[in-house]
Ligand binder design. Structure first.
Ligand code: ZN
Length: 125
């Protein structure tokens, strides 16, 4: 019993640390690595929607690409709620397939709206 409890709490701590390291310098939204220009929430969101299209800084024009951890994090945040809903909640509630699909698309859309807060982009020479 004790062992299980202990490993759970240390896992939670690791998860929190990883999430904090995704933030950039205490500010939630990503800034340009070169000129420190603040990227717009909209720019980050559109980049994610266009399957992680690189972002060009509006000030200095340098291209920034999303890092691997953020890509993984984005897929995770979208796939997990979709799978949980599609396989557990929808069958339990007796929802039809089109309704289930519609809710999953809605969920993915809503999750994507907060993703710009978590993703990290890097400028590579
Ligand atoms: Zn810049």
């Amino acid at each position: 019993m004790f062992h299980v409890k202990k490993s759970n709490s240390s896992n939670a701590k690791n998860g929190r640390l990883e999430r904090e390291s995704l933030f950039t310098g205490g500010n939630a939204l990503q800034k340009c690595n070169v000129c420190n220009n603040q990227f717009q929430w909209k720019e980050l969101l559109f980049s994610i929607w266009r399957s992680y299209k690189p972002i060009e800084c509006s000030q200095c024009g340098k291209k920034h690409t999303i890092n691997f951890a953020s890509k993984f994090f984005v897929s995770f945040l979208i796939i997990v709620p979709a799978v949980v809903f599609g396989l557990l909640i929808a069958p339990d509630q007796g929802l039809s397939k089109p309704v289930t699909f519609g809710v999953i698309v809605g969920l993915a859309f809503m999750v994507s709206l907060i993703l710009p807060l978590f993703v990290k982009y890097e400028y590579k020479n």
